[in-house]
Ligand binder design. Structure first.
Ligand code: NDP
Length: 273
């Protein structure tokens, strides 16, 4: 599996998302199993958040990583409405309890809210001193937000990125690369929707004996600073996603995708889901 340095640690460039896990008790065992199989396949970065199933996803992650915490690079996120001095501390402690661990590798502000960035960052730094988190970062920040943050300790910015949403190519991707700040691409396969049924992606997939999901993943990962975090419960999906690691798109493939999903020619507001 390709790796990248994130917050001083080597992590795989394909991780596992967890949004919508923990919402349906009937799915619980399948979700735990998928995450564990994903770890076996080398996708040892797990992305979760207090928001997902209001803590339910963190509980699924806890079950999946029990007995193998050391293998995992664990990412979680705090709600903006909890991003105050006392709120961050309490939210992180709740997440740690649910996750069944005493430290989170990377703790992100899920999106910008009402609290000053300086207050949230001070609270993150306090958690670091306490050993409750190893590093911190942000999510859904545009270039101007990162400029305002202006903090070299910010380990990553996690944003929406796939061929249907490529506005960040105008500025943000390059900005983060210049700062040596890896970018985590969420919804890298367009939430399993229309993108995976697109005729252009299908033609490219056929050419490489791959799947459209693998083409989408290889496409976001053509930038060396990008980490993809697809979510999959279906084991065939999981295998495909891990397998995307070895797929390389050529110039003709990229030109076809540009024709179907044109790159941005001007600044676009940051898209969020
Ligand atoms: P994804 O683009 O990862 O798509 C997930 C969907 O695609 C699921 O329905 C899954 O089905 C399906 N799928 C997965 N792999 C394949 C495959 N190989 N072929 C066909 N279908 C497939 O969307 P997400 O919204 O889940 O985004 C990924 C992660 O990013 C989230 O889970 C979350 O951790 C994070 N995220 C962060 C946000 C933020 O604001 N910071 C916002 C949104 C997401 P199945 O599960 O049945 O296998």
């Amino acid at each position: 599996m390709q790796t990248i340095t994130l917050g001083g640690v080597s992590v795989p460039r394909i991780g596992q998302g967890t949004w919508h896990m923990g919402e349906d008790a009937a799915q619980r065992q399948a979700e735990v199993r998928a995450l564990r199989e994903g770890l076996d396949m080398g996708m040892t970065l797990i992305d979760t958040a207090e928001m997902y199933a209001e803590g339910g996803a963190e509980e699924i992650v806890a079950e999946a990583i029990r007995g193998r915490r050391d293998e995992v690079y664990l990412v979680s996120k705090v709600y903006p409405h909890n991003a105050s001095t006392t709120g961050v501390q309490a939210a992180c402690e709740r997440s740690l309890r649910r996750l069944g661990t005493d430290t989170i590798d990377l703790y992100l502000l899920h999106w910008r809210g009402e609290y000053p960035l300086s207050e949230t960052v001070a609270a993150f730094e306090q958690l670091r001193e306490q050993g409750k988190i190893r590093r911190w970062g942000v999510s859904n920040f545009d270039e101007a937000d990162l400029e305002e943050l202006a903090n070299p300790d910010c380990a990553t910015n996690q944003v929406l990125y796939n061929p249907e949403a490529r506005g960040i190519e105008y500025d943000l991707i390059d900005w983060q690369a210049q700062q040596n700040m890896p970018l985590m691409a969420y919804c890298p396969i367009g939430q399993g929707g229309a993108l995976l049924r697109d005729a252009t992606l299908q033609r490219i997939a056929d050419k490489h004996t791959a799947t459209t999901a693998q083409v989408a993943l290889a496409w976001v990962m053509r930038y060396p600073g990008v980490i993809a975090i697809p979510k999959a419960v279906n084991l065939d999906h999981l295998r495909q996603n891990a397998g995307a690691d070895t797929l390389r798109l050529d110039a003709d493939d990229l030109a076809r995708i540009d024709a179907a999903y044109p790159p941005p020619s001007r600044k676009q507001p940051l898209e969020m889901i």
